[in-house]
Design a binder for this molecule. Sequence first.
Ligand SMILES: [Zn+2]
Length: 105
Amino acid sequence: MNNKISKNRIIALISLISFLTVLIFSSAFVLTHADHEHDYSSTGEACSICVQIQGAENIFKYLGAAFFCALFVIGGLYAIVKTIKAMAVCAVFSNPITLKIRINT
Ligand SMILES: [Zn+2]
């Protein structure tokens, strides 16, 4: 069980490092090649550097959208869990005895 948790943490760490590496190198590529000489080939294909920059921009766009979606979902789940915990505490501590309600039979 503990070994599985440690494997999951290692996988999560590797995923995080991969994610950050892609972001850093993509942004470095865009920054270093933003002002370049276009190399249009004679066949009429687009500039290869422009194509790579477009790909990096797409990575930023999709990862940014995924990041904000994940942040929104995690925030929503956190709020729901906090609300349920607060309601559970109220339900546990508010019974007729703790509220000092007199029940006449
Ligand atoms: Zn170009």
